[in-house]
Design a protein around this ligand. Structure first.
Ligand code: ZN
Ligand code: ZN
Length: 175
């Protein structure tokens, strides 16, 4: 959804809509994403344009250990400041880049608000997603999901450990 900053300067713009986002554009960690409902407003408050919006959606992401799908419902609120500046000289261009973070500097009068929504959703994806804190993951040898079943590979390792412990422990009187 593109807005015309010249118009916003004269009159605030409100919106409420459902938007389809390309999951690939949002984050490679998202397997599925629903339609996103969002509503908000953008207005001019010297010297910035203020964008505020609420959003909600549901998504499917993958557990980092067992690779099972996890469905979550998300909702949030975001606020951004936009500074619209038209650079005239090289020097000004440099100055614009040095602006403090947190303020989005644009030079075009048309601004795509949907890009803010994509950014917001991307930031909400945790670095490491786990289906549960106690997720056992998958067996590195046979690939079964250890949350649902156990495998012989695991037992094999256990036996070896027991033998090793016996050796280290040096049972009294034996051998
Ligand atoms: Zn898991
Ligand atoms: Zn296994």
């Amino acid at each position: 959804m593109k807005i015309d900053l010249v118009k916003v300067k004269l009159e605030p713009v409100n919106w409420s809509e459902e938007v389809e986002l390309e999951k690939g554009d949002v984050s490679p960690d998202i397997v599925e994403i629903s339609t996103v409902s969002w509503k908000g407003k953008v207005y001019y408050a010297y010297p910035f344009f203020v964008v505020e919006f609420d959003y909600s959606y549901s998504q499917v992401i993958r557990c980092a250990r067992c690779l099972e799908d996890i469905s979550t419902k998300e909702k949030g609120f975001a606020r951004y400041l936009i500074s619209w500046e038209v650079p005239y000289t090289e020097e000004e261009n440099v100055r614009l880049k040095e602006k403090d973070l947190g303020v989005i500097v644009v030079t075009d009068r048309f601004f795509d608000l949907t890009s803010l929504l994509s950014d917001e959703i991307e930031m909400r994806v945790p670095v490491k997603v786990l289906c549960s804190e106690s997720c056992k993951g998958i067996c590195a040898k046979c690939g079964v999901n250890l949350n649902f079943e156990s495998c012989d590979c695991e037992e094999e390792i256990d036996h070896r450990w027991i033998k090793l412990l016996n050796v280290v422990g040096g049972k009294d009187g034996s051998t």
